[in-house]
Design a protein around this ligand. Structure first.
Ligand code: CP
Ligand code: NVA
Length: 330
């Protein structure tokens, strides 16, 4: 079934129906097949897209750039020191200026309110490339990867382990509630998601046939699950939290003992970047300070046969392409 999403913003999954999300996933799979076949439909010929990044990015930035170029559009990267956004020019004024020149605007940044404010004033579709509350384009890539691995979303037993109240946990919970997954947050109670968001998720899960469980108990949370997902213990902008989080989240590390509790063909996913060894400056620093050389996932699991994290990373591009084609394509 096709849904007309032309002119729509993509700010959070709460704004979309299950059918619209499924449409974006189907379109992503179609665009992926076309790219593999060497067919370039150039659905965005002559369009220009602005990519605003207040925070660093590898996958999201590159996915937007490659997807735009594949479809014939021009992407313009606007880093945090390139424009005045919020410093010498209000978000509303910047939005109105960019909206006069560009056909769509991506925003990655700190406050979710900023992306909502951009959307209110831009007059063209605005896409959320990650805020403190939500990371909706990531969830499309995650779901496409699950469909590729398991053939479906409905009824999939999904455990998210770690920081249960960050942008990834929030977005996965909402996406799972809409699409009918058996979704579990496996985290210390101090890091459970916001109560109102959980209430909304439970309401949507009741409609879709899914379920939402919050548990501190790892063995209960990951028992027989089809998918184990984790994210960094400390998100961008919260760097002062390391000491506290390492202590709190060590029992929720995804390791081979945890995998043994899941279904034998469990898929491991991570939005990346990941701290699975000491080969990063931050990873080494955390090791020197707290004696933890692998954080949210061990090297063994990350590099092991259950890990599909690089399929998932590639799918960022196909799914972001679908979001742009659906909202501003010809
Ligand atoms: N997963 C993700 O958003 O990665 P980047 O921070 O590299 O964009
Ligand atoms: N929760 C992470 C996601 C990175 C893609 C962060 O916000 O830093």
């Amino acid at each position: 079934m096709a849904y007309n999403l032309k002119g729509r913003h993509f700010l959070k999954l709460l704004d979309f129906t299950a059918e619209e999300i499924q449409f974006l996933l189907d379109l992503s799979a179609d665009l992926k097949k076309l790219k593999y076949a060497g067919i370039r439909p150039r659905n965005m010929e002559g369009k220009n897209v602005a990519l605003i990044f207040e925070k660093p990015s590898t996958r999201t930035r590159c996915a937007f750039v490659v997807a735009a170029v594949d479809e014939g559009a021009h992407p313009e990267y606007l880093g945090k020191n390139d424009i005045q956004l919020g410093k010498k020019e209000s978000v509303a004024d910047t939005a109105r200026v960019l909206g006069r020149m560009f056909d769509g605007i991506e925003f990655r940044g700190f406050k979710h309110e900023t992306v909502e404010e951009l959307a209110k004033h831009a007059g063209v579709p605005v896409w959320n490339g990650l805020t403190d509350q939500f990371h909706p384009t990531q969830i499309l890539a995650d779901f496409l990867t699950i469909i590729e691995q398991k053939g479906r979303l409905k009824g999939i037993k999904f455990a998210y382990c770690g920081d249960g109240r960050n942008n990834m946990a929030n977005s996965l919970m909402i996406g799972s509630a809409k699409m009918g997954l058996d979704f579990r947050i496996v985290a210390p109670a101090g890091l459970f998601p916001d109560k109102e968001l959980v209430r909304q998720a439970e309401e949507m899960a009741a409609e879709s046939g899914g379920s939402i469980t919050l548990t501190e108990d790892v063995s209960k949370g990951v028992k027989d699950v089809d998918v184990i997902y984790t994210d960094v213990w400390v998100s961008m902008g919260e760097e002062e939290q390391f000491a506290h989080r390492v202590d709190m989240l060590k029992p929720y590390q995804v390791n081979s003992d945890m995998l043994k509790m899941a279904a034998p063909d469990v898929t491991f996913l991570h939005c990346l970047p990941a701290f699975h060894n000491r080969e990063t400056e931050v990873g080494e620093d955390v090791y020197q300070k707290y004696g933890v050389g692998e954080m949210e996932v061990t090297e063994e699991v990350f590099e092991g046969p259950h890990s599909k994290v690089f399929d998932q990373a590639e799918n960022r591009m196909h799914t972001i392409k679908a979001v742009m084609v659906a909202t501003i394509g010809k």
